[in-house]
Design a protein around this ligand. Structure first.
Ligand code: F0G
Length: 357
């Protein structure tokens, strides 16, 4: 067997790259597609989880960033810029420093998870906390890149979407067809757009028999695509998708149309319930935004919209270690403090309720 070479090398002939493109890779992609028996049992569908937290910086963003940074270097960029709720900035910082260029990242002050903030700083990004929300950060990043020598690597950059479509290729390789339904979280809707493109290309080249129905979920307090209008002050504990004005709005509507898809909204309480189910029953640890895929599945199953026996893939976008604080609370919000015990086997056996065989 050989080492996985990252998505640009693995899918070279299906991406817009040439011999002139330097491949900047940290070995992204090739992530596991895992059966989720507990979710199959709850829904009667065959449920698979695409575990994108297994990418090098812990989120799906690496698939798009390898492409965006490689292209930026090809075009001579010395600095890249992005706005971020945390994962894009962690990824941009890692790939830029690997390529020997500078990353500037704009994040909403106090609103990104500690793990993600730490990553951007560890990877030597110039990180600025903007006194506004993500949408404000993106406006400024676009302004700066239009007027100064910094290359924009948000998902409005088509290289990002192109790299991210490789996740759909990997799903098709494992299932040997497209799933019936694909469910994922939606913020800017870049990834929703990317999967739709990936599956469309697979259908066009005859690798699949169908397009999956694309189901995208937003947090109820940040659900512009569901409401049909911009949300000025988006709120949710799922900080990764706290976005009120999605950058890929029009592309997402077209993708929903093309796939007979769906956009739904899930409240924070249900997101955290799904987070506990995925970690506690399936053994997959994700950040809250990613758990919305599970919450969306359960909501659609309750609504009778998940046919029994159908094949459903959930993308879980970011690793649980990015933002682990949510694991240490119960559903009613009280803190979970692990029991403290003395150095004493008999006493510990007692606490565990064990009696001698
Ligand atoms: N899940 C996670 C963990 C994310 O970080 C994001 C987006 C999404 C889902 C939504 O993806 O924007 O393509 O619809 N995070 C961006 C960031 C905004 O800055 O890291 P999308």
């Amino acid at each position: 067997s050989r080492q996985w070479r990252g998505v640009l090398n693995e899918y070279r002939d299906r991406l817009d790259i040439t011999d002139a493109t330097p491949v900047v890779t940290l070995g992204e992609g090739g992530t596991p597609l895992l059966p989720a028996p507990a979710l199959s049992a709850r829904t009667g569908a065959t449920v698979w989880v695409k575990y994108e937290g297994m990418n090098p910086t812990g989120s799906f963003k690496d698939r798009g960033m390898t492409m965006a940074i490689s292209k930026a270097v090809e075009h001579g960029a010395k600095a890249v810029i992005c706005a971020s709720t945390g994962n894009t900035s962690a990824s941009a910082a890692a790939y830029a420093t690997h390529a020997g260029i500078k990353a500037v990242v704009l994040v909403p002050e106090g609103k990104i998870a500690m793990g993600k903030l730490s990553q951007a700083i560890a990877h030597n990004a110039e990180l600025l906390q903007v006194q506004g929300n993500f949408d404000d950060c993106l406006d400024i990043a676009r302004d700066l890149s239009a007027n100064y020598p910094v290359h924009l690597v948000n998902s409005v950059n088509p290289d990002r979407i192109n790299g991210q479509k490789t996740a759909a290729f990997e799903v098709v390789e494992v299932l040997e067809d497209a799933p019936d339904i694909h469910i994922l979280p939606v913020g800017n809707a870049g990834n929703y757009t990317a999967y739709t493109r990936g599956y469309t290309e697979e259908l066009e080249r005859g690798a699949t028999t169908k397009l999956p129905r694309m189901f995208g979920f937003q947090a109820a307090g940040s659900a512009p695509l569901v409401l049909g209008h911009v949300v000025k002050h988006p709120e949710t504990i799922a900080s990764a998708i706290r976005i009120g004005n999605p950058a890929s709005w029009d592309l997402a509507l077209a993708a929903r149309e093309a796939t007979d898809g769906y956009f739904g909204a899930i409240d924070d309480e249900r997101i955290l319930e799904a987070y506990r189910i995925l970690a506690g029953e399936v053994g997959i640890f994700v950040e809250p935004a990613s758990a919305i895929s599970v919450a969306g599945l359960l909501e659609r199953a309750d609504a009778g919209e998940i046919p029994k026996g159908s094949t459903v893939v959930l993308t879980v976008t970011g690793h649980g270690l990015k933002d682990p604080q949510w694991a240490l609370r119960t559903a009613d919000g009280s803190e979970i403090a692990p029991t403290i015990v003395p150095v004493d086997t008999a006493e510990i056996a007692g606490v565990l309720g064990l009696s001698k065989a």
